[in-house]
Design a protein around this ligand. Structure first.
Ligand code: SF4
Length: 687
């Protein structure tokens, strides 16, 4: 029996845990601890432990598929490429759009944006970061000059006070949750604000249930109390920031007094005051946040408000401090870094700055798309649905907008308007079913590459087995398509390592990285601009990333969500994940041990709301919003605040996103997944 252990990085959440894939007779058969990884030291959450289960699923795509007379038929790669090339060549740049993926490697994201911009000449390239942390990228870049998590994961364990806002860290980033537990054991205070009494909230010393979407009011209330008591860090504010006075003018308004903020958020005033005191007086304090604050029409405001709090108290640029934006998918940080966004090339080099565009033209050796911001995922879907014929051709790699995007009826309408659609994935998905061509891709265990975790750590995937059937690595498919489109010189790559060499040449923050340096288990944190640079686990130690080195305060007023409860839709609906499933369920729902734990969706309802509606625990109910309705089992629990209901969004059969609102943050174009108005109805029992 031939057996080996191949060290690699987990394909699920942004923690970036390492493990060994156990390979027997050339097939992945299990996962074993890799104790030398600094992120998780051999420990894994359930998803990591079962990350091998979907790899050899019989459902894997193994051959290209072309739709003929409404049915998919198997085709050769040659046939598929010929059809795709003839179609791609028949459209103009702006008539096409590409969606890249937070699940695939850095190298593949880099190539996808290069393919869109250099081959198709379209500025329309984006990916699902738009749906989770676009507001982080914009908000933190505005405040600090860099839109990423400021401190490392291990550093969270050193903090003396941790404020968790809009993150169920113990379930969504379990190995970061472990650092919260370690910090608490070492004496740190833990505060959690969330409408749900999550496992993370249960760990907290102070739990504040509040109405979804009232984050800016809460943060302004905390900051006003700090300033009123003279607890602000005057030295940090004077030396390292600007625009404090403009910010102070807004935050000190009567609207943000403890009493008023208590009315808006429904949090007792004394708890807001305690939060302010613990944060301001701690030797170091960290804010951990995730999609609970980013997925709002005020997502950018929420993020900037967190930045205001950390500058006000001077908890930045030091151990145990920071703003820890916990990125969701394994490589959503990397996909952003690689320029799979409508407004930037790799390394956040703006497409509208002529020198940046010229740099890419020179590096790639060809003309590229016009220097303008392209359509984001959210705007693309709106354009497809509401202006048919504007964008006619879409190429999607590793994304499933038919489950992940808000208001799914609208998404379906849009995708059905596309004339020619190519989907590249490891399984047939709800989106793939609407495509003209489906290309079979290799999964993380079947290729080399790198991914960048939420703490900006760039780590390797190592190939453990061959892909099934004729499936190929995404980077190989893009290279072959690039060549078939006549761009041989731009896509000469024979390995992921060769692509990474080009990435490091054109991306300043990755400039000092190469595969030899990344081979060590600890890998490297960006920025790492030169071969001698050790990487940067903590950002903004001496100065912020703006040209003048100063952090910028932003005055922010509280605004209600786009849709608030009324007599027809009297409850607030919020969505999220559970520990056993992942995102659209493509991988976890094909993992026996994970699917068995939570095989379908549910809606959490507070006992008082349930009683008023006559709903019993486990009873199937109808959930209705202005956009659609689903039938779903009720979970009656005190763990959800009265007036709020929660649904996980993994399940196609009761898709929460049929109900969610696609109202967008005006700056980051992120949809308001986390708050919409909903009505629950008892389903009449059959007589
Ligand atoms: Fe994978 Fe995240 Fe679990 Fe770590 S915490 S094993 S990265 S899913």
């Amino acid at each position: 029996m031939d057996m080996k252990y191949v060290p690699t990085t987990c394909p699920y959440c942004g923690c970036g845990c390492g493990f060994n894939l156990v390979v027997q007779d050339k097939k992945v058969v299990g996962v074993a601890p890799w104790h030398r990884t600094p992120v998780n030291e051999g420990k894994l959450c359930p998803k990591g432990n079962y990350a091998h289960e979907f790899v050899n699923s019989p459902d894997r795509l193994t051959k290209p598929l072309i739709k003929k007379d409404g049915k998919f038929v198997e085709a050769s790669w040659d046939e598929a490429y010929k059809l795709i090339v003839s179609k791609f060549k028949s459209y103009k740049g702006d008539e096409m759009a590409c969606l890249s993926s937070a699940r695939v490697s850095n190298e593949e994201n880099y190539l996808m944006q290069k393919f869109a911009r250099a081959v198709l000449k379209t500025p329309n390239i984006d990916h699902c970061a738009r749906l989770c942390h676009a507001s982080t990228v914009v908000g933190l870049a505005g405040a600090f000059g860099s839109g990423a998590m400021t401190n490392s994961i291990a550093d969270i364990g050193e903090s003396k006070c941790i404020f968790v806002l809009g993150s169920n860290t113990l379930e969504q980033h379990p190995l970061i949750g472990r650092q919260i537990m370690l910090a608490k054991k070492r004496g740190a205070k833990v505060i959690c604000a969330d409408p749900r009494f999550t496992p993370t909230a249960k760990l907290a010393d102070l739990y504040m249930p509040f109405d979804s979407g009232t984050d800016v009011a809460l943060l302004n209330g905390i900051m006003q109390h700090i300033i009123r008591n003279g607890w602000e860090n005057k030295d940090f504010i004077a030396k390292r920031t600007k625009d404090y006075d403009k910010f102070k003018e807004v935050v000190m308004k009567d609207t943000y007094s403890l009493e008023n903020v208590s009315k808006i958020t429904k949090i007792p005033a004394k708890d807001i005051a305690t939060t302010a005191e613990w944060i301001a007086k701690a030797e170091s304090s960290n804010v951990l946040y995730s999609m609970g604050i980013t997925q709002h029409t005020t997502g950018v405001d929420n993020v900037k408000s967190v930045a205001n709090l950390q500058m006000l108290t001077g908890h930045l640029g030091k151990r145990g401090g920071g703003v820890c934006a916990l990125r969701g998918q394994n490589n959503v940080q990397g996909a952003c870094d690689m320029g799979a966004l409508a407004n930037v090339y790799s390394g956040y080099q703006s497409v509208i700055v002529p020198e940046m565009r010229k740099k890419m033209i020179d590096a790639w050796g060809c003309d590229i798309a016009e220097g303008k911001v392209g359509l984001t995922v959210t705007k693309l879907i709106n354009t497809l649905a509401d202006q048919p014929g504007t964008v006619k051709c879409v190429y999607i790699m590793g994304e499933n907008p038919m489950i992940s995007d808000p208001d799914l009826h609208h998404v379906e309408k849009g995708l059905k308007n596309v004339e020619f659609m190519v989907v590249q994935d490891i399984f047939m998905t709800e989106t793939g079913a609407l495509a003209n061509v489906v290309l079979p891709a290799a999964c993380y265990a079947e290729k080399d590459g790198t991914q960048t975790s939420t703490e900006r750590r760039v780590q390797k995937w190592r190939k453990a087995q061959d892909p099934p059937g004729e499936a190929k690595a995404d980077w190989q498919i893009i290279c072959e398509l690039g060549k078939a489109m006549g761009y041989e010189k731009q896509f000469p790559f024979k390995s992921a390592e060769e692509i990474f060499t080009e990435v490091s040449k054109v991306t300043p923050s990755y400039g000092g990285m190469d595969y030899t340096r990344l081979e060590k288990p600890e890998a490297l944190h960006w920025p790492c601009p030169t071969k001698e640079h050790p990487g940067t686990p903590i950002l903004h130690k001496e100065k912020f990333s703006h040209p003048d080195g100063l952090g910028i305060f932003t005055p922010l007023e509280f605004k209600y969500p786009a849709e608030v409860p009324d007599k027809d839709y009297p409850l607030i609906m919020t969505t999220g994940r559970c520990i056993w499933q992942w995102h659209t369920g493509t991988m976890t729902r094909r993992s026996e041990n994970l699917e068995r734990e939570e095989p379908t969706g549910w809606v959490e309802v507070n006992p008082e709301d349930a009683k008023a509606l006559g709903i019993r625990d486990k009873e199937k109910v109808r959930a209705v919003t202005r956009r659609g309705q689903i039938e779903i089992g009720a979970r009656v629990t005190k763990d959800i605040k009265k007036g709020v209901v929660f649904m996980p969004f993994h399940y196609a059969e009761c898709a929460a996103n049929l109900l969610t609102n696609n109202a967008l943050d005006p700056v980051a174009s992120i949809p308001e997944f986390k708050a919409c108005a909903v009505r629950l109805e008892k389903i009449a029992e059959a007589k």
